[in-house]
Write a protein that binds this ligand. Structure first.
Ligand code: GBH
Length: 504
């Protein structure tokens, strides 16, 4: 009986590949993996490292709200086991490593250099290069020094100066060897989740999205200042590239009566608030956002807009302030219009857009992560046409499963379909230069603790040596990087149901 079932299964899976297409990657396309300092390093108070807002959040007593009250105090212990990470990259045949620097390791409160922190990253960078692995360095992946949060963090405009000092130190210390810098990871996430509705550190609630809006504004200015600093002071000698990492899903019309305009608003409010100032011809915030927040502020009786304005010089400083876009893509959603109501979720409050997911889409261990490869394909083409085809790295893309899942077939499928979507977008002319999958190793998944695992290598947290055990996807990736192809069917990629357009 079992054999017959198995035979039928084999037959069906053979059939399913009859329509499979082979998707290829140009020789220049780079395959790598990504991590972030707080999620892997551990050693939270070692060698002069100061507490970050995530140390504060995870050490808060009696309950820190993180799943099971866990912390990143040890995580993958990469502060001690970086060589295991390099081994893992090599073993998976990956040639780029995206990691982040902990601001709290390299600067003291008096803004002096903490040499031990610099030494750690120097060793990591040198060892990577010795193995032929290109370092891609994120300056800020959410671990703000607590002493800066104490003066208002990203909501205080003074932060721009502190960030510039930090960026200067990073460029000066590592730029002779690091040629790809990312100023920020996912500002929409740490600004909104951290400052509007207290879901991430620093766990602040603000009325009317004001905290998230101020955070975004100062992040944009900090990014532009760092970019200009690099151009003026380091580019000639170092010849590297500086970009920013932004995340978004693609938005689809929730049903036939949803106007196309709603889709555009959704993308502009979430993604366009960063891409328009940096990548568009006109610069500045998207007009639709400017108009909506100005008008709603007025409607609320306010004498000025909740959305700050950039000066003409700031608009110029921001415009073109990225050599590439680092894009994090995980999932997509359906959107529909809602009307302005100050009592609803602040994210949708100003945009007048709400979202949902198709229950037919496959979902990961993370409840927000639906498998929608089509979204990546459509998004890449949207970016190509909207912003004159910038260079793009897919700086994160990945799937979560339960702890210690070694036979990670779902992750393999997710990678296969998203790689196919990327290949197809490249065929359309999109300048996608490479991918760093999330993540190299199982790590601290923020508020979800260690319950949702994104690694292509498993880590048993009871193992003091933190051995990195390859999941099945490591051999899959090795095959992909050797053949530079993946197989997929169009039906597997294009999973968004057709919601009929109304007659227009
Ligand atoms: C990235 O964020 C991060 O850069 C990385 O550090 C992280 O480990 C990885 O992805 C996996 O999560 O609960 O419905 O409010 C991805 C963007 C934004 C996805 C916040 C989860 C919460 C959705 N994340 N989102 S919900």
């Amino acid at each position: 009986m079992g054999n017959i079932k198995f035979g039928v299964l084999l037959f069906l899976s053979a059939c399913s590949f009859i329509n499979a297409e082979t998707f290829t990657f140009p020789n220049s396309f780079i395959f790598g993996a990504a991590t972030a300092s707080y999620q892997i390093e551990g050693a939270w108070n070692v060698d002069g490292k100061l507490p970050s807002i995530w140390d504060t959040a995870t050490h808060r007593q009696p309950s820190n709200d993180v799943f099971d009250g866990l912390t990143g105090d040890e995580a993958a212990l990469s502060y001690y086991y970086w060589q295991k990470d390099i081994e893992a990259l090599k073993n998976a045949n990956l040639t780029m490593y995206r990691f982040s620097i902990a601001w709290t390791r390299v600067l003291t409160k008096n803004q002096q250099v903490n040499q031990k922190g610099i030494d750690y990253y120097n060793t990591l960078i040198n060892d990577l290069i010795a193995e032929g692995i290109t370092p891609m360095v994120t300056l800020y992946h959410w671990d703000l020094p607590q002493y800066l949060q104490d003066i208002g963090g990203w909501m205080n405009s003074e932060i721009v100066k502190y960030y510039e000092v930090y960026a200067d130190l990073v460029f000066k210390s590592f730029g002779d060897r690091v040629k790809i810098f990312i100023t920020f990871n996912e500002p929409s996430v740490f600004c909104d989740h951290g400052h509007n509705y207290a879901e991430h550190a620093p766990h602040i609630w603000t009325y009317d999205s004001v905290g998230g809006i101020l955070c975004s504004h100062h992040v944009l200015l900090s990014h532009a200042r760092a970019y200009r600093l690099y151009q003026e002071k380091y580019l000639a000698a170092q010849n590297g590239k500086v970009g920013i990492c932004l995340n978004t899903g693609f938005s689809y019309r929730g049903n036939g009566s949803v106007p196309q305009d709603t889709v555009e608003r959704a993308i502009q409010f979430y993604f366009g608030r960063y891409t328009n100032p940096i990548f568009s011809e006109t610069g500045d915030y998207p007009q639709v956002m400017r108009d909506a927040i100005d008008q709603k502020s007025k409607q609320q009786g306010r004498s000025f807009s909740r959305l700050p304005t950039f000066t003409a010089e700031e608009v110029q400083m921001l415009k073109g302030s990225a050599d590439f876009l680092a894009l994090n893509y995980y999932s997509s959603g359906m959107v529909y219009p809602i009307s302005f109501d100050p009592t609803i979720d602040p994210v949708h409050h100003d945009s007048e857009v709400a979202g949902f997911s198709d229950p037919d889409w496959k979902v990961a261990r993370s409840s927000w992560l639906y498998q929608v490869p089509q979204g990546l394909y459509d998004l890449l083409n949207w970016i190509r046409t909207k912003y004159n085809n910038p260079d793009v790295y897919i700086s994160e893309n990945g799937w979560s499963d339960a702890p210690l899942t070694i036979e990670d077939h779902d992750r393999i499928e997710y990678m296969r379909l998203h790689l196919a979507a990327i290949s197809k977008a490249i065929t359309d002319g999109c300048n996608v230069l490479g991918i760093t999958v999330w993540s190299l190793v199982d790590n601290f998944e923020w508020m979800r603790g260690y319950d949702e695992r994104f690694g292509i290598y498993a880590i048993d947290l009871n193992d003091p040596d933190r051995n990195r055990t390859p999941k099945k996807s490591v051999s899959y990736l090795r095959n992909v990087t050797n053949s530079r192809t993946v197989e997929a069917e169009n039906d597997e990629i294009f999973v968004v149901k057709v919601y009929p357009m109304p007659a227009e």
